[in-house]
Write a protein of this length. Structure first.
Length: 184
């Protein structure tokens, strides 16, 4: 996933292969939770336009990918899609400003419109660290197969999206059980 500086400016697309995505998400809890249910981890494409100004290289474009994860409620498979704008500055010699360096406002780094900064060494730009990071950051902490997923029955383990098992779950949650005893 490298771009030689001498070819700039240029526009290029990068394929995120199934193996690449698999390597990225293999260790994530919501991927591991799939166990033997796991199939292809995902794939994607990034389109980037590069140009130089002085020694700095600017890249803009988009990332379009998907990853297969387990639903955090019912543990069923889901396809999480990733669509992101990319806006990156590459500085020469790996000179990346530290946290309290150039960026005056640290709040910026959380915003979608913030410019990412990476370093580059030698005569080429490697976009792999950027794509790795973007895919990983876009994976939700608690993904859902659908917004109103009913999850698994806490008593018998049945998938409540498929059928209601009829278990009495009212007193199972100790926090709720405690609330029930409070006299108002
Ligand atoms: Zn679910
Ligand atoms: Zn049940």
């Amino acid at each position: 996933m490298k771009v030689p500086l001498r070819e700039l400016p240029l526009k290029r697309s990068f394929a995120l292969s199934a193996d690449f995505v698999d390597g990225l998400v293999a260790g994530l809890p919501m991927r591991k939770a799939l166990g033997s249910e796991a199939s292809q981890a995902g794939e994607g494409t990034a389109e980037l336009e590069f140009y130089m100004e002085g020694d700095n290289v600017f890249a803009r474009g988009s990332l379009d990918a998907w990853v297969e994860l387990a639903c955090s409620r019912c543990l069923g498979n889901l396809r999480h899609s990733i669509q992101e704008e990319l806006m990156v500055t590459y500085l020469p010699g790996g000179q990346v400003p530290n946290e309290d360096g150039l960026e005056a406002d640290e709040e910026d780094t959380d915003e979608g419109d913030a410019v990412d900064t990476y370093g580059y060494e030698g005569e080429e730009i490697d976009v792999e660290p950027l794509l790795r990071e973007r895919v990983l950051l876009s994976v939700p902490y608690a993904p859902l197969c659908k917004p109103d997923c009913l999850g698994l029955c806490s008593k018998c383990g049945a998938n409540r999206n498929d059928s209601e098992c009829g278990c009495d779950r009212k007193v199972l949650d100790p926090r709720l059980a405690a609330l029930k005893d409070i006299k108002v």
